[in-house]
Design a protein around this ligand. Structure first.
Ligand SMILES: [Zn+2]
Length: 189
């Protein structure tokens, strides 16, 4: 059995989406993370399909696109996140510190994108909500860190690793655990 077949038997697209912080309603519909979607237009079950932008595929395609990973790594991530003790074929590997920072930054990015969407002003006459302004600032900052981490110089990358290992990573993980990121989680000391 390939790792692709293995993870497709392990988890549905809907379960994976919910695990990765996408809000799926009772009918299996969610706001599409792949286009600027304000009303749920993505249907999730075994597979996913977006009626807005046409995105379509299985749980591996979904995860690959969500985390901007190659399909093989997405399948490995799914096996790791959902395998638990049920799998002996692909036992979870301990994450390297770099992989963990990479994953946490991506999860922060995803949750902040959702927070932005949930707090966005609905028309131009209402004042900008503070929560929205905060989410935008945090989002831009995290995306910038993630870009530097994956594409920056060695020095830039090392600076991020140093900062992360002196408390920042734990703060981010605690915020992800809560399912809500506050301004102090990103910009506090
Ligand atoms: Zn879409």
């Amino acid at each position: 059995m390939s790792i692709y077949e293995h993870v497709k038997g392990l988890v549905t697209t809907r379960e994976a989406a919910e695990h990765y912080a996408l809000k799926v309603n009772r009918n299996g519909m969610a706001c599409c993370p792949f286009h600027d979607d304000h009303h749920p237009s993505m249907k999730l079950d075994e597979r996913f399909h977006c009626f807005g932008c046409g995105a379509d595929g299985d749980v591996v395609d979904f995860t690959a696109r969500l985390f901007d990973m190659a399909p093989y790594y997405a399948a490995e991530k799914l096996a790791e996140d959902f395998g638990g003790t049920r799998t002996i074929v692909y036992p979870p590997k301990p994450r390297s510190p770099e992989k963990e920072i990479h994953d946490v930054l991506l999860e922060m990015e995803l949750l902040l994108r959702k927070q932005k969407r949930m707090t966005a002003p609905t028309d131009r006459d209402t004042p900008i909500p503070k929560e929205y302004a905060d989410s935008c600032l945090m989002y831009d900052y995290i995306v910038y860190q993630a870009d530097l981490f994956s594409g920056g110089t060695l020095l830039e990358k090392q600076a991020i690793i140093d900062r992360m290992s002196s408390g920042t990573l734990d703060r981010y993980k605690a915020a992800l655990q809560k399912g809500e990121i506050r301004f102090d989680d990103v910009f506090g000391n």
